[in-house]
Design a protein around this ligand. Structure first.
Ligand code: NAD
Length: 338
């Protein structure tokens, strides 16, 4: 029997999570919610997902547009083993008591606080922590990126301390809200929350971060500095990353010099929605001097967390004990690979 998943909030993350879950043979989407009869509501129907209004007060708007609903969220919840809550930041916390009352499991996103579940998730780093849990938070796109590269480095060489400067995209491509059109805005509250969020998964890691928001929609870029405990060469570091999932190398020498070319590569590879779910590391943009490692990585904010959501479902539903088997299964079905 397939695990039954409902998506509350069929937006940037919700629609990608729905497509990913639908590609798996051990889980299925039993419904998605929308607040308005937008193009995404029509997309959900076209994709074959039963469409539910997020709340009773939204129903009239759908009826006016003659969009057929399967009910409201209240009707969807009892049909689900797990809800993927992909509502905007902070809204998930409002839904938690509803999920709690219904006794349904829920996966929250990085826009919520760690305290919403007490478990923050990355499949390679802490798959077991979500085992059988009722509530888990899949960390944000930036935290996922930092954990994907830092966790394996820490395991093999040990990290004395780490620092990352985050160059953040101002908005997602489909958004009309976001950063100024022609300005770079530093996050003035220091250190930024990103490093602290990494510690929800790697509490032992001394990491600090700073961030600036820039007028681009194409990816975040991180400039990372790591003090290593054991000596390593650039090749040693690349070989560690080459042997773990969801990290992909690109090379400036081959013409990939910016986030724009990474996104072009995703489209050239025929990736669904032009997404890049791996963390992208410039293999010719890495340097070790003494014990200090420097590297750049790029994060496709709209999609890197999507395979993590799939693995999180498996851990919470206890359907796969081995994290690597779950990761490989997800990646194969999603066409993610080196
Ligand atoms: P989004 O705005 O693209 O999508 C949110 C969806 O929820 C929309 O369909 C919206 O209509 C719906 N919604 C709004 N209010 C609702 C309500 N009260 N009940 C039900 N549905 C409601 O947002 P997103 O970018 O997909 O972000 C969702 C979550 O994922 C946030 O926690 C965010 O921080 C996190 N996240 C976003 C990104 C990103 O770059 N977009 C990356 C990683 C994590």
């Amino acid at each position: 029997m397939k695990v039954k998943v409902g998506i509350n909030g069929y937006g940037t993350i919700g629609k990608r999570a729905a497509s990913a879950i639908q590609r798996m043979d051990d889980m299925e989407v039993v419904g998605v919610t929308k607040t308005k009869p937008s193009y995404e509501a029509r997309l959900a129907i076209k994709e074959g997902f039963p469409l539910y209004a997020a709340a009773q007060e939204n129903v009239a708007e759908f009826e006016k547009e003659e969009i057929k609903l399967a009910g409201t969220l209240t009707d969807l919840i009892p049909k689900c083993d797990v809800i993927v809550d992909a509502t905007p930041s902070g809204i998930g916390a409002m839904y938690k008591p509803i999920y709690e009352k219904a006794g349904v499991k829920a996966i929250f996103q990085g826009g919520e606080e760690h305290g919403i579940s007490g478990i923050s998730f990355n499949a390679f780093a802490n798959y077991q922590e979500a085992w059988g849990a009722q509530f888990v938070r899949v960390v944000s796109c930036n935290t996922t990126g930092l954990v994907r590269t830092l966790f394996p480095i820490d395991r093999v060489f040990g990290i004395e301390k780490a620092f990352a400067a985050l160059v953040r995209r101002g908005a997602d491509p489909g958004d009309k809200k976001g950063s100024a059109l022609n300005a770079i805005e530093p996050s003035l509250k220091l250190p930024t929350h990103h490093g602290i969020d990494v510690q929800t998964i790697m509490p032992w890691l001394p990491i600090r971060t700073m961030a600036v928001v820039t007028p681009t929609t194409m990816m975040h870029v991180h400039c990372v500095t790591v003090e290593l405990r054991k000596k390593a060469t650039e090749n040693d570091i690349l070989s560690v990353w080459d042997n773990v999932p969801r990290i992909r190398f690109v090379s400036g020498k081959h013409g990939i010099k910016s986030s724009a070319q990474i996104m072009e590569l995703a489209r050239d590879l025929g990736r669904p929605r032009g997404d890049f779910m791996e963390i992208i590391v410039w293999q010719d943009g890495i340097k070790v001097e003494g014990n200090t490692l420097y590297y750049y990585q790029a994060i496709h904010q709209e999609s890197d967390i999507v395979p993590e959501i799939v693995d999180c479902v498996r851990s919470m539903m206890k359907i796969e004990t081995d994290p690597m088997r779950s990761i490989r299964k997800t990646d194969k079905a999603m066409g993610i690979g080196k």
